[in-house]
Design a protein around this ligand. Structure first.
Ligand SMILES: [Zn+2]
Ligand SMILES: [Zn+2]
Length: 219
């Protein structure tokens, strides 16, 4: 498995390209901003981008969806159905966060409408990217339709804003619930074996074993 990380937006969000070494098929998880660097990486590595998957609909995770889709028109756009209202409100999100309209361009938050979602992904579904098999797990609590992606053979989980190294996601935004977030993590993330690497939406990667032992929100 090839994993390349790009830290994007003023929120330091981790956009990733994950690819199957055998077939060169690739998925983009959470494109944060319109990034020529990401497109360049896919092209120079000879990858075929077959899907864009969004762990959830916050602007720092979806802001680059249109740009990636424009560059790779055949890529599917995968999102949980409960996340659609947030996804399609991309243009309004910076204003709702209190960012003044005249600063939107300077901060990179001057968005066009995001492209249509092409497929809803549901809990338990498997998304195949070449030989890679990503199991979708619905983990509400940060937002209503947040998902994580589990690649069992590669011992990897992509946790979005659900679980971070030493921390968990915010639950004070619309649709959030701390109680629900913790139960999502316990049921769907901590149920993985200790050796799984967690690739988080912000900050460094970690392991399930380390979080189980040391994450103050989970012990
Ligand atoms: Zn978020
Ligand atoms: Zn985020």
């Amino acid at each position: 498995m090839i994993i390349e990380q790009f830290v994007q937006t003023p929120f330091q969000q981790n956009t990733r390209i994950v690819a199957c070494e055998n077939t060169r098929k690739a998925i983009c998880i959470d494109p944060g901003e319109a990034s020529p660097e990401v497109v360049e990486f896919v092209k120079t590595k000879g990858l075929e981008l077959s899907a864009i998957c969004l762990t959830h609909g916050h602007l720092d995770h979806i802001g680059g969806t249109r740009f990636i889709k424009d560059n790779f028109p055949d890529a599917e756009i995968l999102l949980h159905q409960a996340e659609e209202p947030l996804y399609y409100s991309l243009k309004q999100q910076p204003l709702a966060m209190g960012i003044p309209p005249h600063q939107l361009v300077a901060m990179g938050f001057d968005y066009d409408d995001p492209p249509e979602v092409t497929r809803h992904v549901e809990h338990g579904e498997i998304v195949e990217i070449g030989d890679l098999k990503f199991e979708i797990r619905h983990c509400p609590g940060h937002t209503l339709g947040h998902i994580v992606l589990v690649e069992e053979n590669e011992r990897a989980v992509f946790t979005g804003d659900c679980l971070f190294s030493g921390s968990v996601g915010r639950s004070d935004l619309p649709g959030g619930s701390h109680e629900q977030l913790i139960s999502s993590i316990v049921e769907n993330v901590l149920s993985l074996d200790d050796d799984f690497t967690a690739y988080c939406g912000h900050g460094p990667e970690t392991t399930i074993g380390r979080e189980r032992m040391t994450n103050p929100f989970l012990i």
